[in-house]
Design a binder for this molecule. Structure first.
Ligand code: ADP
Ligand code: MG
Length: 345
């Protein structure tokens, strides 16, 4: 960011919206009218629309002492796109509403929109509007994403059947570990402000926390291979919680195999450094924004070799419950738990 600071008061709310508008380009053919009128206009079709909203509140969801504004903007869009991806849909437009105090300058808001626009470009979506209000406390970002179903059908949480294979994309637990690294740096910095942050070594987990990328790439790959998952959910709260949501919605049980959990090497080592069980991070750490989905056994061959899709378990009848098979082959109940229990052995 530059050193100059323009108070929002000098250009006013409408001036700020004008700035946001000039930073924005519309490319989607279905976006007929974007920012500037009373409402945006979108070409409608017979295919069903998908709509989702997610809000980020300073102090609850992010800490500006270590969250750069461009990353925050990117993340706000990405986590919304992730919800459309989890429906097997195509995101097309976003509305972004912000609550701001006079603590924020025009340049700060431009930095936020730099990230918002970068994400819009990466996911081929248009920013078509929003609202701008003043907030006495902190920064609030509320995003609504609009998307379209693929060939008219969505993949919901409720279609998993016994013997389906449970798949997960990417790797798990990184975002939580990144947060631990950032919190530690923040504490060390407040004790000794001359200290330089030591983040280079932890780049991967830190980036997982600050700038998650929704897995539209995997959705596109599944479409290419003509695989329609039987059920799907995105992982915002940890594998355990999401697997249980999927099981409940589908009226089935899940059987997870710890030995197959994808955990990045650096994430594993950093978890050990923090004396946290890496598996606990995968199961209960949030904000990975990977996809958890189920496929029919017949589809397995088609994605068996995909480097970024991992097979972590099976669907079983509801009366067999939700279980985790540990690396030592112990059968444990799968449950959502807090952080009281740290198993470091
Ligand atoms: P109204 O008072 O009719 O709600 P606004 O002045 O709030 O209109 O908004 C004018 C235009 O600017 C609308 O197209 C709105 O969607 C857009 N807009 C307002 N705030 C934002 C924002 N933070 N980001 C993107 N677009 C915005
Ligand atoms: Mg308005």
């Amino acid at each position: 960011m530059t050193d100059s600071r323009t108070e929002i008061g000098t250009i006013g709310e409408f001036g700020l919206i004008e700035r946001i508008k000039t930073l924005t380009t519309v490319t989607n053919k279905n976006t007929l009218l974007g920012i500037g009128d009373d409402a945006a206009e979108i070409l409608s079709s017979k295919e069903n629309m998908l709509v989702s909203a997610d809000m980020l509140v300073e102090g609850t969801h992010f800490d500006l002492t270590y969250m750069p504004l461009p990353h925050l903007g990117y993340k706000a869009i990405s986590i919304n796109v992730s919800d459309i991806a989890a429906m097997y849909g195509t995101p097309e437009q976003v509305l972004v509403s912000i609550g701001l105090s006079n603590r924020f300058s025009v340049e700060a808001i431009e930095a936020l929109y730099e990230g918002i626009n970068a994400a819009c470009k990466d996911f081929s979506i248009d920013l078509i509007g929003g609202d701008t209000v003043s907030s006495p406390s902190g920064l609030i970002i509320s995003v609504t994403v609009l998307g379209r179903t693929f060939n008219g059908t969505s993949v919901r949480r409720n279609g998993a059947k016994p013997n389906d294979i449970l798949c997960v994309t990417g790797d798990l637990g990184g975002s939580f570990i990144g947060l631990q690294v950032l919190e530690r740096e923040k504490q060390e910095f407040s004790a000794n402000p001359d200290m330089q942050p030591q983040l280079e070594k932890y780049q991967y987990p830190v980036q997982r926390q600050l700038r998650p990328v929704a897995r539209m790439d995997v959705v596109n790959k599944l479409r290419e291979l003509k695989i329609v998952p039987t059920a799907m959910i995105d992982i915002s709260d940890g594998l355990a919680s999401e697997a249980l949501h999927l099981a409940k919605a589908s009226g089935v049980g899940v059987r997870l195999m710890e030995e197959n959990f994808p955990i990045d090497n650096l994430v594993f080592e950093t978890a050990m450094e923090f004396k946290i069980d890496p598996t606990t991070c995968a199961l209960h750490g949030g904000e990975d924004y990977e996809l958890l989905f189920t496929i029919k056994q017949d589809d397995f061959k088609k994605i068996e070799k995909h480097p970024d899709i991992h097979f972590i378990g099976y669907i079983q009848p509801e009366n067999e419950g939700n279980i985790l098979i540990s690396k030592q082959k112990n059968v444990l109940p799968l449950e959502v738990r807090g952080w009281a229990h740290f198993d470091n052995t």
